[in-house]
Design a protein around this ligand. Structure first.
Ligand code: CP
Length: 312
């Protein structure tokens, strides 16, 4: 199949076939980034602009590198020194960047739906790099790509998503993606950070880590989002860590070869113990590498490429 959408806004709206197309396209892209000379000319003459209204290390840099490896021109709009500081609206900012010839706008924003609004405003292609607590589709795609690389496939696996579910766009995108690809998803966190409505997303919910991790093939540990916490949701960091931190002892409850993922940045000692994060079962740095491959695949498909061309 070929990619038909103008934008990539979330995994809720994608079919399993569309997700598979992106994941299959990421495979030859990973081969490219493992070469000594990581450059192919497929997006020569195209322009990609990142617009991040929230901080980022991994997502913004990997999109920029992904564009460069495909020979596109990439520009990062630094929000702290842009005219956003003079009060320019998101719409006017996007129209201004589009008027300079941007083919793709990659956007992160604290408001749910901001990239969706942007996609209707501009004719450039729009990629959601994280909108509020809603979706982070490229993170979930790189998580799924990492699972496939390590486990062979997603279908039939049990994936436990652990931690601050309430505030996590990574959790929502992973749930939509993993269930479509045939995984059983266990979601676990404190009652205050795991709303009842998650049950409607086709997952099993737990408040006890020990129950959720039993026989898990993959554990995806979420960052405790200190910047989004409201008062009263957590007794204390120490208590959260005591009950929900992925320790070596808790990891033993999962399958012996269980894969440990974390989207980063990590709060070591709070949601994940350092020895687990640095241990043999963790693939956290490989997730970062895979993030570049997956974002290359997305840029390539959105700009009209087909998989056979890259594989050749
Ligand atoms: N995982 C993730 O989105 O990381 P950054 O905030 O560093 O982009």
């Amino acid at each position: 199949m070929n990619w038909k959408r103008k934008d990539l806004l979330g995994l809720q709206e994608l079919s399993a076939e569309e997700i598979k197309l992106i994941l299959d396209t990421a495979e030859p892209m990973k081969d490219i980034i493992l070469r000594p000379i990581k450059k192919v000319p497929v997006l020569r003459g195209k322009t990609i602009v990142t617009m991040f209204y929230e901080p980022s290390t991994r997502t913004r840099t990997s999109f920029e590198l992904a564009g460069k490896y495909l020979s596109a021109d990439t520009v990062n709009l630094a929000m702290s020194t842009s005219s956003v500081q003079k009060g320019e609206s998101m719409k006017d900012t996007a129209l201004t960047i589009e008027a300079m010839g941007a083919d793709v706008l990659i956007m992160r924003h604290e408001a749910t739906g901001a990239p969706h609004f942007m996609a209707k405003t501009v004719s450039s292609r729009v990629i959601n790099a994280g909108d509020g607590m809603h979706e982070h589709p490229t993170q979930a795609l790189l998580d799924m790509f990492t699972i496939i690389q390590k486990k062979g496939s997603i279908e039939g696996l049990t994936v436990a998503i652990l931690g601050d579910i309430l505030h996590s766009r990574v959790a929502r995108s992973n749930i939509w993606g993993l269930t479509k690809m045939g995984a059983k998803v266990n979601v676990v966190g404190p009652r205050t950070l795991l709303p009842e409505q998650f049950k409607k997303l086709g997952v099993e919910t737990f408040n006890k880590v020990e129950e959720a991790l039993k026989d898990a093939d993959v554990i995806n540990v979420l960052r405790l989002q200190k910047e989004r916490q409201q008062k009263g949701l957590l007794p204390s960091m120490r208590e959260y860590s005591r009950l929900y931190c992925l320790t070596e002892e808790r990891l033993k409850l999962a399958k012996p070869d269980a894969l440990v993922l974390h989207p980063g940045p990590m709060n070591r000692g709070i949601e994940i113990a350092s020895d687990v994060a640095d241990g043999l079962q963790a693939a956290i740095e490989e997730q970062v590498t895979n993030g570049v491959a997956v974002r290359m695949a997305i840029l390539y498909l959105l700009m009209g490429g087909n998989t056979d061309e890259v594989a050749a």
